[in-house]
Ligand binder design. Structure first.
Ligand code: HEM
Ligand SMILES: [Cu+2]
Length: 656
């Protein structure tokens, strides 16, 4: 009996590596500390009422961002481990099979569990405030989306200590990801972690589409919407069409592994290339999903910090919609080498190049917005300025990759790694950082000090170029991606060594950011932010920081793109809007169901990962019961009485 238990435990838990034991201990200690702190300060009730059961879009947004920063840390540690391994030839720090796991978890976590939730966090906090709404269209669904994302991410991360990590790359190509080649449970963790969080992403996409279509302030016509909201709208259209493809593709892969189907196997009629086509039909749109909101953030910041209207508003909108559309017709540029022939490759090469046109239009619009503007160099603007050249180079190398014959050489080399990190870091990460710095006062009610922020900015930026510029070169010299080591005779080591230094500089940048935030939290009383610290232009700056739970005491109007700016101008001339009477505000009630239901999804996912059907069925039954419970709960809303609104407004406005 004891022997069998031991055998089970040694398969169930990941063993044998000191790094993992170290991580086990760290995870254990962190958990115990969290539980101890919550118990000691009697914060369990607070945690439950204010966070775990909340349906408030602002709090959900904050939880998304916290989770994504933790994931940035884990993905970043993965990256540094890989860079350490590659710093010198013949290094023995990560063994090949371990290296495979690390690049797989790094890529998956960075895109799905870092970029996506960071983006959803910004959507959540800002979109309702920008369009003058009280919440999103479906607050309950919104909470459910968050918890599905969170528990999906946790399921994926669990593979680090239980069962073993996936190691077939961030897109899990078959035949490598099939049972024949990956008999362990790692790929199952990959599939279920992404499936569960993917349902949440699809629901968020729908939620924000409906919110933007139905809940804009009176007067806010389509062409009066703030640019960030437009970017969210275009992104959500892509989510709506792309995520179902991901769900189906992973479901088919799971059927192959779980039920012996042959969709993508090498034999019995399966075809791995089918998977690769399908996954990129989601995967390419996915990269536009994460970058468009960054474009939205930059548009807001450029105009606020240049104190000018955004140049070329309409062309910005059309550029984004065209990019959303085109993003669905470029997927095959990821495998020009498949052998589909010159005509097919030419089609996908041209569609890819076409995307450079609307993107170029946007870049010129940002430049023209700055032209003759009175530019202020606060941190959000600095990240925006750094983004522009970085994204131009990243975009240009993308156009180089899209030249099909040339791609036979670039394909799967470090040239590609450098290219996509340049657009993902220079575009997406810099964009979300800029957004976080820009809206931080609105989220938390205090300002971050700029000094550490500037240190973070410079270390990240210098680190970025030091890390990735050498990779273009080493890629052209023949170094391929997913390579766990190389010899002295390759002539690659100097460039790799420099690259590793750059990676660690970015790590230092991250530490500066953590220090900046910790410092801000310590001194938050003295850093109190006003309602409108940047002299903003859109409606979110018209209400106190942080926004009260009902957002707007009186529904605002949205007659102009820069409604709040116009309003300030009118007020300066002494024209005030007529007093409007306050009315009770209709609000959604908190609910435990999203949290509990997602826990059941987690249980079901875990059951499927290990092929324990009883557990999967138990989990799914729990999900079903939660759905039924929700259908029969009628007590889901309440009104905030006028007195209470008056009190809240007086205390918030009084201190501003
Ligand atoms: C912070 C600095 C970063 C560094 C130093 C870094 C470094 C690396 C390294 C060394 C690899 C493995 C290359 C290989 O062996 O093939 C890699 C792969 C990858 N990275 Fe990063 N990375 C960083 C940030 C990011 C970010 C922010 C994202 C996405 C938002 C990202 C997405 C990916 C993806 C998708 C892969 C491919 C994984 C695969 O081959 O399956 N990385 N990165
Ligand atoms: Cu692509």
């Amino acid at each position: 009996m004891l022997e069998r238990l031991k055998e089970f435990a040694s398969e169930f838990f990941v063993t044998g590596d000191p790094l993992i034991y170290g991580a086990d201990v760290a995870i254990g200690i962190t958990m115990i500390t969290i539980v101890a702190v919550l118990t000691y300060f009697k914060k369990w009730g607070w945690l439950w009422r204010n966070w775990l059961t909340t349906v408030d879009h602002k709090k959900i947004g904050i939880m998304y961002i916290i989770a994504s920063i933790i994931m940035l840390f884990r993905g970043g540690v993965d990256a540094l481990m890989m860079r350490l391994q590659l710093a010198m030839p013949n290094m023995d720090f990560l063994h090949p099979e371990h290296y495979n796991q690390v690049f797989t978890t790094h890529g998956t976590i960075m895109i799905l569990f870092m970029a996506m939730p960071f983006m959803f966090g910004l959507f959540n906090v800002i979109v309702p405030l920008q369009i003058g709404a009280r919440d999103v269209a479906f607050p309950f669904l919104n909470a459910l989306s968050f918890w599905l994302f969170f528990l999906g991410a946790m399921l994926f991360n669990l593979s680090f200590v239980i069962g073993g990590s996936p190691d077939a790359g961030w897109l899990s190509y078959p035949p490598l990801s099939e049972l024949s080649h990956s008999p362990g449970v790692g790929q199952n963790f990959y599939i279920w972690g992404i499936q569960i969080s993917g349902i949440g992403s699809l629901a968020t996409g729908i939620n924000f589409l409906v919110t933007i279509i139905k809940m804009r302030a009176p007067g806010m016509k389509w062409m009066k919407m703030p640019m960030f909201t437009w970017s969210v709208f275009s992104t959500c259209i892509i989510i709506l069409f792309a995520f179902p493809i991901l769900t189906v593709t992973l479901a088919l892969l799971f059927l192959d592994r779980f039920a012996g189907a042959h969709f993508f196997t090498l034999d019995l009629g399966g075809n791995p290339m089918m998977y690769i086509n399908l996954i990129w039909m989601w995967g390419h749109p996915e990269v536009y999903i994460v970058v468009l909101p960054a474009f939205g953030v930059f548009s807001e910041i450029v105009s606020t910090f240049s104190r000018k209207k955004l140049f070329g508003y309409k062309s910005m909108v059309f550029a984004m919609l065209i990019i959303s559309f085109l993003s669905f017709f470029t997927w095959a540029h990821h495998f020009f080498t498949m052998g589909s022939g010159a005509d097919v490759n030419a089609f996908f090469a041209i569609t890819t190049m076409l995307i450079a046109i609307p993107t170029g239009v946007k870049i010129f619009n940002w430049l023209f917005t700055m032209y003759r503007g009175r530019i202020r160099m606060a941190t959000p603007m600095m990240w925006t300025l750094a983004f522009i050249p970085c994204f131009i180079v990243g975009g240009m190398t993308g156009v180089m990759l899209s030249v099909a014959p040339a791609d036979f050489q670039f394909h799967n080399s470090y040239f590609l790694i450098a290219h996509f990190h340049q657009v993902l870091i220079g575009g997406v990460v810099f964009g979300y950082f800029a957004g976080l710095y820009y809206w931080w006062p609105k989220m938390f009610g205090f300002q971050l000090e700029e000094k550490l922020g500037k240190w973070a900015f410079w270390t990240w930026n210098i680190g970025f170029y030091v890390c990735f510029m050498p990779q273009y070169a080493v890629g052209l010299m023949g170094m391929t991606r997913r390579l766990s080591t190389y010899g002295w005779d390759t002539g690659w080591w100097e460039l790799n060594f420099v690259s590793t230094i750059g990676a660690f500089l970015m790590g230092v940048g991250f530490l500066f950011q953590v220090a900046q935030i910790a410092d801000g939290i310590r001194k938050y009383k003295s850093l109190k932010a006003s309602a409108d610290p940047w002299d903003g232009r859109t409606l979110e700056w018209s209400i106190p920081s942080p926004a009260p739970e009902y957002n707007f005491a009186i529904t605002p109007r949205g007659d102009d793109v820069d409604e709040w700016w116009e309003e300030k101008e009118r007020r300066a001339k002494g024209i005030y809007p007529p007093e409007q009477p306050l009315e009770p505000i209709h609000m959604p009630k908190n609910s435990a169901i999203p949290f509990v239901m997602s826990i059941f999804w987690f249980i079901a996912g875990f059951g499927f990962v290990f092929g324990w059907l009883w557990m999967a069925i138990l989990g799914l039954a729990g999900v079903g019961i939660c759905m039924i419970a929700r259908s029969f709960s009628y007590d889901t809303d309440y009104y905030i009485p006028v007195d209470e609104i008056k009190r809240t407004e007086a205390s918030l406005r009084g201190s501003v």
